[in-house]
Design a protein around this ligand. Structure first.
Ligand code: 1HN
Length: 343
């Protein structure tokens, strides 16, 4: 609300001053106007800079120094606050061959988007899944999870969490599992067989909540997008874009966060778009350009960039680009706050 300034009489000035000692403040003197957007700014992190730093962190931070070796991507306006935008956490995690990231659970929901390397697994709620580049992996809130690398090369993935929400609500809880790793009581692939084949267990009754499907393999996502690019018109702004769905409900994989994958064919030049969603982009394949609020970023594979709420952006592709994104869309849909616009 932009209120017109009240006439500042000496009595009114004294009144405004006096009430401060009672932790009260006059709305009629408030200067912040009510409009979309946040103080956060667009930003681009280059893989060419990120990867050497992640590898270097492995020399400096040993297995016992940290339970997770994670570099947090912070919005330049949120230094020291752990968030890439007001509602989202983004980290890059690296795990070396033979290492284990010990079992714990917490109220924030987490997703992993695998960027590089093979041989790592994550165990979630008693089931292990291998993590392959391009896979989207779900860690529902309060589920026990541990990771390990049983391969021969470092593995790097992006962690996306809704910890800004639990912080906002004062509802952040965490617990360590009593042992380093959790016991596995479901065979690998059980979640995929139960929920990942457009089939559901016969006695299953859908309930709202995080997705029971733990791993969305890149191979299938990529193939679906390829088929759509070949066979149907592209969206002016988004090219071919699909959202990851909770197969039990058709809704988003988390109550707070949505995730998407889009394919922009070579020479695609997208129109501008804006949304109140805060959006984190992770380039799975290809190179191109994005202009966010007038700032131009030339991106390549594994680069990450952020478009905070209501910043307009336009994507274009120099070569075939596959881009993963996640946003706070479900929270804004549930509250009725979401707005979006093609420009
Ligand atoms: C966490 O538990 C993981 O399990 C990664 O790998 C990043 C950032 C904040 C809080 C918990 C993980 C995290 C995290």
């Amino acid at each position: 609300m932009t209120t017109h300034a009240a006439t500042q009489t000496p009595e009114l000035q004294a009144f405004s001053k006096d009430i401060r000692s009672l932790e009260l403040s006059p709305l009629w003197e408030r200067t912040v106007s009510q409009k979309p957007g946040t103080p956060c700014v667009p930003h681009h992190w280059r893989w060419s800079e990120l990867e050497p730093l992640l590898l270097k962190s492995c020399e400096l931070i040993g297995k016992k120094d940290a339970e997770r070796r994670v570099l947090m991507l912070e919005n330049p306006t949120l230094r020291g606050q752990s968030f890439i935008a007001q509602t989202l956490f983004t980290g890059l995690q690296i795990i070396l061959p033979g290492e284990v990231a010990t079992a714990h659970r917490h109220t924030p929901n987490a997703m992993r988007f695998v960027m590089k390397g093979q041989g790592a697994y994550t165990s979630v709620g008693g089931e292990r899944s291998m993590m392959l580049p391009g896979d989207f992996i779900v860690t529902p809130n309060w589920s026990w999870h541990d990771h390990g690398n049983i391969g021969t090369e470092p593995v790097i993935w992006m962690d996306g969490l809704d910890s800004a929400f639990t912080k906002f609500f004062g509802a952040t809880f965490r617990e360590d599992y009593p042992t380093e790793t959790q016991p596995l009581y479901r065979a690998e692939g059980t979640s995929a067989a139960s929920y990942g084949a457009a089939l559901l267990p016969v006695d299953f009754r859908p309930e709202d909540g995080p997705s029971p499907l733990l791993r969305y393999p890149y191979e299938r996502t990529r193939e679906a997008l390829e088929t759509l690019v070949r066979n149907q018109p592209l969206h002016r702004a988004h090219g071919a874009k699909l959202r990851y769905a909770n197969p039990a409900t058709g809704k988003h994989p988390f109550p707070t966060m949505a995730a998407f994958m889009q394919l922009l064919p070579r020479r695609f030049s997208g129109s501008a778009y804006r949304t109140t969603e805060n959006t984190v982009f992770n380039v799975a394949e290809g190179s191109g350009r994005v202009v966010i609020s007038g700032q131009t970023f030339d991106f390549g594979p594994h680069d990450i960039f952020v478009a905070p709420s209501w910043c307009d952006y336009a994507l274009s592709a120099h070569e075939d680009c596959v881009i993963f994104t996640y946003t706070d869309r479900p929270a804004q849909e549930a509250t009725g706050f979401l707005r979006e616009e093609e420009l």
